[in-house]
Design a protein. Structure first.
Length: 99
């Protein structure tokens, strides 16, 4: 449902959803890290990466790049697939986007 809201929502609604993803959880942990390891929630992060713009896009790219190394530690099929499929191209995108 959240994935569809990002795809079909108005720009302001999309911005607010992505701001929530970037905010730390109440315990201080990364929401992005938790979502990337999830079976379905990683699709929400992928859409947030696709539809975000400007400083928000840079922030979500940076947070996702920071969490990729943590994903390698998980044993879930979902995170392994995401790291394997995203690492080479994602690393290049992050490098050029942030440098």
């Amino acid at each position: 449902m959240v994935e569809k809201c990002i795809i079909h929502g108005l720009e302001e609604e999309r911005r607010r959803i992505i701001d929530e993803l970037l905010a730390p959880a109440p315990d201080g942990s990364s929401i992005i890290k938790t979502m990337l390891a999830g079976a379905f929630s990683n699709y929400v992060v992928q859409q947030a990466l696709k539809w975000s713009v400007g400083a928000q896009r840079e922030a979500i790219y940076l947070e996702t790049a920071n969490q990729l190394s943590n994903l390698r530690k998980y044993s879930t099929t979902y995170s392994k697939h995401l790291v394997t499929s995203q690492s080479p191209s994602f690393a290049l995108v992050c490098f050029f986007k942030l440098n």
